[in-house]
Design a protein around this ligand. Structure first.
Ligand SMILES: Nc1nc2c(ncn2[C@@H]2O[C@H](COP(=O)(O)OP(=O)(O)O)[C@@H](O)[C@H]2O)c(=O)[nH]1
Ligand SMILES: [Mg+2]
Length: 286
């Protein structure tokens, strides 16, 4: 799962997206509904220019429905942009994507005028899953290598729409520490890249602030501690993550919290809300 981005990879991936763009009628940008900005590459806005775009807020099954609703409104205020929350492996939900493509490019998708669609996004957001669901069989490449061919093969969806079979691959902005933490919490970037306990501390701090009730429910902690370190200790104690001498094994407690959060066991949780990036930039004195 760990993704190593080198300048060479990035330049090549970007070039491939640029080369594919001229023939594309609608860009389908897949982002993670739990962290829509952190899981995007801001450069895509420039690369797609005036091309219409569908923001697929994927992994909607894991995200907080109220926050997702706010994100849909946020994105739909942008020109030429539509946003739909969905679960990529859900056939009916994914089926909304080609329908929206038609609405965004009404002159295409008729005989002689194929509507060409490309799925773009950072690693692990669900691009291949979405392509597989739309194609109806396993044909998209699985894995995170950038497209190998500069002229991607097209999948004929048999409704006037052609879908590039290799997703456009871009990278997240992990120079921003908060973005990097959110991506790590979501499972999008490899554990090797960050300290597990640090990532869990970030998650614990956020959960205490925004989803305290979920912590109480899941871990049966009536009086929640006021800080992330103490919370992880308490979760470890309650779940028997103990090392020799009966002290809490914080690493194991951290892993448990992250695993359960990612699996949706604390309920549907979003890690980012509209406007949060502005607040964070202000807090950082930028
Ligand atoms: N819960 C959930 N998991 C998803 C969804 N879509 C994809 N995934 C999972 O996310 C991981 C990455 O998916 P993949 O399609 O390979 O992402 P890609 O790197 O963008 O092509 C896989 O483990 C998928 O099963 C979704 O809608 N909900
Ligand atoms: Mg893939």
């Amino acid at each position: 799962m760990s993704i190593e981005w080198y300048p060479g990879h990035m330049a090549k991936a970007k070039r491939q997206v640029i080369e594919a763009m001229p023939i594309i009628d609608v860009v389908v940008e897949v982002i993670d509904a739990r962290l829509p900005l952190s899981s995007a590459n801001p450069m895509l806005e420039k690369l797609r220019g005036v091309k219409p775009c569908i923001k697929v807020l994927n992994k909607n099954d894991l995200a907080d429905p109220l926050v997702t609703k706010a994100w849909v409104e946020y994105f739909e205020r942008q020109d030429n942009v539509r946003a739909i929350p969905l679960e990529a492996k859900h056939r009916k939900e994914a089926g909304q994507v080609p329908q929206l493509c038609r609405r965004l490019a009404p002159t295409r998708g008729v005989p002689g005028k194929t509507l060409r669609v490309m799925v773009i996004g950072i690693p692990n957001v669900g691009k291949s899953t979405l392509i597989n669901t739309l194609a109806g069989k396993k044909m998209a490449r699985v894995g995170d290598r950038p497209a190998i061919t500069t002229c991607p093969q097209q999948i004929d969806l048999r409704n006037g729409i052609h879908l590039a079979d290799t997703p456009g691959l871009l990278w997240p902005d992990i120079r921003n520490q908060n973005n990097a933490y959110r991506l790590a919490v979501s499972g999008a970037i490899g554990e090797s890249a960050m300290d597990y306990h640090d990532v869990a501390l970030f998650a614990a701090d956020y959960l205490l602030k925004r989803y305290a009730g979920r912590l109480t429910n899941r871990y049966k902690i009536e009086e929640l501690p006021d800080n992330a370190t103490a919370l992880i200790e308490e979760i470890g104690r309650r779940r028997g993550c103990l090392a020799a001498g009966g002290v809490v094994d914080r690493q194991r407690a951290a892993e448990l919290l992250l695993r359960e959060l990612r699996a949706g066991l604390l309920g549907r949780i979003s890690l980012e809300e509209p406007g949060q990036d502005v607040m964070e930039a202000l807090a950082a004195g930028e």
